[in-house]
Design a protein around this ligand. Sequence first.
Ligand code: FAD
Ligand code: FES
Length: 339
Amino acid sequence: MPESIKTSARITVNDRAAFSAPTGQSLLAALQERNIFIPSACGGHGLCGLCRIQVLSGAGAITEREEALLSKAERRAGQRLACQVQVERDLRLTIPEHFFYAREYKAEVVALRELTPDIRGITLKLSSPATMDFKAGQYIQFRIPPYAGGRLTYRAYSIASPPSQPGVLELEVKQVLNGIGSTYVFKHLKLHAAVVFSGPYGDFYLRPGNRAAVLVAGGSGMAPMRAILLDMRDRQVRRRVHYFYGARARRDLLLLGELQTLEQTLPDFQFIPALSAPLPADEWHGEIGLISDVLARHLAERFDGEAYLCGSPAMIAACIKVLHEKGVNDDRIFYDAFA
Ligand SMILES: Cc1cc2nc3c(=O)[nH]c(=O)nc-3n(C[C@H](O)[C@H](O)[C@H](O)COP(=O)(O)OP(=O)(O)OC[C@H]3O[C@@H](n4cnc5c(N)ncnc54)[C@H](O)[C@@H]3O)c2cc1C
Ligand code: FES
């Protein structure tokens, strides 16, 4: 059959898995249908950049969205966005090995908690499979069903609970004005709802070793940090850790009591909350300012440890600048940008 009227194409992944897929669909969708779950936080619209994989042959021309999200060096190395590549002819690709371990899970919402006026805690009891093996700091892809005439989509949420409870996962979701996923979570998701997600994903986890570590987070960036700290407590890890957490006012500081209790139980752990816009009624005597400025004030001139950052891309960029000034190289800086 001539190439131009092909109705299916062969997709070879990491030279060890191969399958045929109908032409015309996105590579992201074709892989997902084969239970190979590639992360995507923008519903396949070419906006988040999470679905990047390496295509060795068979992909068409690069799209404008890929040009915007992939550097020249990445493009030269064959990096593509799986959501932007259409299946038209046979494809050979390479994906990170850990994507093969992501699976789809079904769960029930067993608790919903308002942690702050705009951060909601969700507790999920897994039903099928009944447990998930993950590293503290990793995230899942939550399926957002269509509502208000919209389309099915997915959003990334970090797991806020430790691996020691593999059958019950906690998430912390921040409300975003007109955001598709967060509006669903705040307005439509009900107690006992059946939900679907895939995971685990990501390489944001505490590297083994004894080096001192600073954790820096803002808003719902608390989620993976909480998982990391509770995991340290569960495994009785002894390591010097300072956790800088930024919020606007006192009412936006979540889990304060829990973190103060952790300071008592986790040896060498210090929690440093900071408010950027405290209210008079807050009677706040702690740190004030942007969390990157607070980090700059506290960190030693030549910091010899590792840094773990989680929050908005702007917060992460500001913290990386401070860390560079303090002599911390990129190979000791780990982050998840909640874009
Ligand atoms: C690895 C990772 C982990 C994450 N973990 C968490 C977590 O633990 N908790 C958490 O709360 N978030 C987390 N996030 C962020 C999360 O995945 C979502 O990106 C975030 O919740 C916003 O999604 P949304 O659907 O609510 O907003 P979106 O619908 O994606 O919209 C985001 C913004 O863009 C605007 N917008 C949308 N569409 C358009 C348009 N067509 N034109 C103009 N503007 C538009 C919206 O108004 C909104 O302000 C994580 C992200 C990543 C990558
Ligand atoms: S899924 Fe977001 S860029 Fe492809």
